[in-house]
Design a binder for this molecule. Structure first.
Ligand code: DAH
Length: 340
């Protein structure tokens, strides 16, 4: 009697295990049949009412039914698990053959790039690259350059003074003094560097900017040499042959002093907005070294002569790349820097 019921129960349970459509449904069947209060547990309790030999026989049948159900339950559960895994593998995959985005390399600041190009040009022509300190003595920045004490360049308006009478150099010209004192004649040097002026900042004025100084001292140095070296430098920076002209200019440390212009790169000299319709672009100050300057640095002006020039490096870079706001250079703005 009990045996028949047991077989029927086991057969039904097997069918339901096979038919379960989800792990949840399967679990519900397991609890119902194999659970602590399930159908098989109820049968176990009834075993006590049977005669001893009957109890042993039905007990064995009960155990084997239980084992069989447990095995098929586990197999079904495993099948659900495998299917879920397969579905996940199907849905989540990577194409390992796609190229990686890769690191974005940094680049040198545009001022550094142009500075290095100019250094290359002068190094190839026998010049030395020197640097001097940004905090200078008043003597090197002014006196030794023949700039008299009442000269407007010394005005507190322009110069950042540092405690103890020192100052932030207002130009790279003091490196000429250091070069002459340290190396003596004959001398070919350039000196790029940062300079400071107490200026109101706007699109074309910065309190901090870059210049590049140059000096050559030898026994026979002429304006023709000066023009030659300037053309070499500017043609390299602008990547084409440039035409230059000299206009008289006053700088206390040179005599004669000049302003050097190049023919406008945009209009070729016919006049446009960039050259303000005069056909020329102002580039730098230069001249033949004043005898007082040579003498103050221990060089005999009867025996030696030289030329010097000072170039606004920041301004030159603005011209080369058509940058219209000097404030971008120190902004740290990656949208600007990433273009170079
Ligand atoms: N030091 C000058 C300035 O800052 C530029 C300059 C002009 C430098 C003429 C020179 C030179 O060496 O000969 O405006």
């Amino acid at each position: 009697m009990m045996e028949k019921e047991l077989e029927a129960l086991a057969a039904r349970a097997l069918e339901r295990i096979e038919a379960a459509g989800s792990p949840e449904e399967l679990e519900a069947v397991r609890i119902e049949v194999l659970g602590r209060k399930g159908a098989l547990a109820r049968f176990s309790k009834q075993l006590g009412t049977l005669a001893p030999e009957e109890r042993a026989r039905v007990g064995r049948i009960l155990n084997s039914a239980k084992e069989q159900l447990e095995r098929s339950f586990e197999a079904r559960k495993e099948a659900f698990h495998r299917r879920a895994l397969e579905q996940r593998l199907e849905a989540e995959w990577f194409d390992l053959t796609l190229p990686a985005p890769g690191p974005r390399p940094g680049s040198l600041h545009p001022v550094t790039q142009v500075q290095r190009e100019i250094e290359e040009v002068f190094l190839s022509m026998g010049f030395t690259v020197l640097s001097g300190p940004e905090v200078e003595t008043e003597y090197n920045n002014f006196d030794a350059l023949n700039i008299p004490p009442d000269h407007p360049a010394r005005d507190v308006q322009d110069t950042f003074w540092v405690e103890g009478g020192h100052l932030l150099r207002t130009h790279t010209s003091p490196v000429q003094v250091r070069g002459m004192e340290r190396l003596g004649p004959p001398l070919r040097m350039i000196a790029p560097g940062r300079v400071f002026r107490n200026e109101e900042v706007d699109a074309s004025h910065e309190h901090t900017f870059y210049q590049l100084e140059g000096m050559m001292v030898d026994r026979e140095v002429s304006v023709a040499h000066l023009v030659y070296f300037m053309k070499q430098m500017l043609s390299a920076v602008f990547r084409r042959e440039v035409s230059v002209r000299l206009r008289p200019g006053y700088f206390p440390f040179v005599e004669p002093g000049f302003e050097l212009d190049i023919r406008c790169l945009i209009c070729g000299g016919s006049g446009c907005a960039v050259c303000k319709y005069n056909g020329w672009l102002e580039q730098l100050g230069c001249g033949l070294v004043h005898p007082n300057v040579l003498r103050m640095s221990g060089i005999d002006p009867e025996e030696w002569m030289g030329f010097a020039f000072g170039l606004g490096l920041t301004r030159l870079v603005m011209m080369r790349y058509a940058i219209d706001d000097v404030r971008l250079f120190q902004s740290g703005d990656l949208r600007f820097l990433m273009q170079f």
